[in-house]
Ligand binder design. Structure first.
Ligand SMILES: [Zn+2]
Length: 152
């Protein structure tokens, strides 16, 4: 929780908070995020997010790891009617990006524009995207994909 908040007239420091803290850790300043996963010590298979047992060999010798923030587009689908509660643009592109660890991570492609053709195999990097705000004014953010090199 935010311990910087003070009473009176002092400005309240707000933070950027991950909506999926077990899968995505956001830096103190909110500018960068790290995808989190697990790796089986037996068969070396990596997974997105925490897991107690290896989903391949069922071993419980699983350790938490940081995943790469960059991967290649494996598949995508266009969403023309978003699920209820969606506040982003419509239509939007939902994609699976495969990381070097062999893990596929599904999220929105933030810089896709309607009508644009997507190319399987092109590079994407994970970015921190604000999706809302909590009652204390903190920014809630999720991981999404952006074309590699599209921001500097
Ligand atoms: Zn395993």
């Amino acid at each position: 929780m935010n311990t910087e908040a003070t009473q009176g007239t002092a400005p309240v420091a707000t933070r950027t908070i991950s909506v999926a803290p077990e899968q995505f850790r956001i830096s103190e300043d909110g500018s960068t995020g790290t995808l989190l996963g697990s790796r089986c010590k037996e068969c070396k298979t990596a997974f997105f997010g925490p897991t107690r047992y290896c989903r391949r060999c069922t071993s419980d010798r699983v350790e938490p790891i940081e995943l790469s923030g960059e991967g290649v587009l494996r598949s995508h689908t266009l969403i023309f009617r978003a699920p209820s509660g969606w506040t982003g643009p419509e239509p939007y592109a939902l994609a699976e990006v495969e990381l070097p660890e062999g893990v596929a991570v599904r999220s929105r492609l933030t810089d896709w524009t309607e009508g644009e053709q997507l190319e399987i195999g092109s590079s994407y990097e994970v970015v921190v995207t604000p999706v809302g705000q909590d009652e204390e004014g903190n920014v809630l953010a999720a991981y999404t994909w952006s074309r590699t090199g599209s921001r500097s």
